[in-house]
Design a protein around this ligand. Structure first.
Ligand SMILES: Cc1ncc(COP(=O)(O)O)c(C=O)c1O
Length: 389
């Protein structure tokens, strides 16, 4: 008798996520009827705004239910081009824009269009878990570039420069960042842009959290090095549209065309109905801006509350400037973050993500995209943990 059919070398190379253990334990507890509060998901708790939902319904009724062009409908690409100009000061004509099934697919297409085996990709750490995994799938080598908690996890351009070798091909930026909430200031972006130009590197900048900034200004690095920048964005976080799966990218036309070629052989195009919804999000400015401003203020209030609460419990927690995550130092609960996350789940019945996969030892990530009431309850539950005040 033979064993299970052998998987591909690529499938076998995918790293099992360290968060899976905590997530499956949380699910087990829930199934057993335990009231677990989950702060592990990276998803807005708001519903998609009404004007966006209405546009999708209208598109279905008009019969917009067929394949679209691979790179997205002309109307949506026009709206994205205009958005990049208006909000980011970036000049990407509609044929230098592509629409994908989520920001994730834009990143995937970009890495496959730009990277060859052996290329090195610099990724500031802590980083979003998918960057190194996707980069490694192409055969390229992810190279973490450390940042310091004391510097608010903002990248030091000199440290970046020190990691550049003759094989370096790309820098991945994510500002505001998941999991740190760090927002890179203009002088840092200018220095990174200059490095990229000097060493002929492509900057892939993931700006999916651009609207969720609290005390800082979000600036797009593409303004400083347009020929060396691919800008990734999407509808998921800004407009509470995670399930609609709309992402997009703007960049040098030949790079966008190569991304389109990959997409044409994989998913063809993003959902036609979701594209109509995203068009409403990007063109009905008044309603969209009202939603975004309201969500931002709600996140700000939650951030201030959870940061102050965690600090009062004796857990060092830097104030993030953007996105909707905080990184708490849990070495007082347990020096190992996996053990700390396990204790937080078992004893406080709160699910958090250990920093292991983010390149953030000794820390856990908590998402505050949930109600103030639940966050107060989380703090009440954490209070008795040893190490907490
Ligand atoms: C930093 C970052 N980029 C991209 C994404 C992907 O978002 P989506 O594929 O829903 O557009 C996420 C989602 O968690 C994220 O945190």
């Amino acid at each position: 008798m033979s064993g299970p059919f052998t998987l591909s070398a690529r499938a076998l190379s995918l790293k099992p996520s360290a968060t899976v253990a905590v997530t499956s334990r949380a699910l087990e507890l829930r199934r057993a009827g335990v009231d677990v509060i989950s702060l592990s998901v990276g998803e807005p708790d708001f519903d998609t705004p009404v004007h966006i939902r209405a546009a999708a319904t209208a598109a279905i009724e008009r019969g917009e239910t067929r394949y679209t062009a691979v790179n997205g409908t002309a109307d949506l690409r026009e709206a994205i081009s205009e958005k990049f100009r208006r909000e980011n000061g970036l000049v990407y004509t509609p044929d230098a824009v592509t629409v994908t099934s989520g920001g994730k697919q834009a990143l995937f297409n970009a890495f496959f269009a730009l990277l060859s085996p052996g290329d090195e990709v610099l990724i500031p750490a802590p980083y979003w878990v998918s960057y190194p995994e996707m980069v490694a799938l192409t055969g390229a080598v992810p190279v973490p570039v450390p940042t310091r908690k004391e510097a608010g996890f903002v990248l030091d351009p000199e440290v970046l420069e020190a990691h550049i070798t003759p094989r370096t091909r790309m820098v991945v930026l994510n500002s505001p960042g998941n999991p740190t909430g760090a927002v890179f200031p203009p002088d840092v972006l200018q220095a990174v842009a200059a490095s990229a130009q000097r060493h002929n590197l492509m900057i892939v900048t993931d700006e999916i959290y651009e609207h969720l900034v609290y005390d800082a200004e979000q600036v797009s690095i593409g303004r400083y090095a347009p020929d060396h920048t691919l800008t990734i964005n999407g509808a998921s976080k800004a407009y509470a549209m995670t399930g609609w799966r709309i992402g997009y990218a703007g960049g040098p036309r030949h790079v966008i065309q190569a991304m389109n070629a990959f997409q044409s052989q994989s998913t063809s195009n993003a959902s036609s109905v979701s594209q109509a919804a995203a068009l409403a999000a990007l063109t009905q400015h008044e309603a969209t801006n009202r939603f975004v401003a309201g969500a931002r203020e709600a996140y700000r209030e939650r951030r201030d509350m959870i940061v102050a609460g965690l600090r009062a419990l004796g857990l060092p927690t830097p104030t993030p400037q953007g996105a909707f995550y905080v990184m708490a130092d849990t070495t007082l609960i347990h020096p190992d973050e996996l053990e700390a996350a396990g204790r937080i789940l078992d004893e406080a019945k709160v699910a958090v993500v250990p920093g292991t996969d983010f390149g953030a030892p000794g820390q856990v990530r908590l998402s505050y995209a949930t109600s103030l009431e639940k966050l107060h309850e989380v703090l009440r539950r954490l209070a008795p943990l040893p190490g907490s005040a």
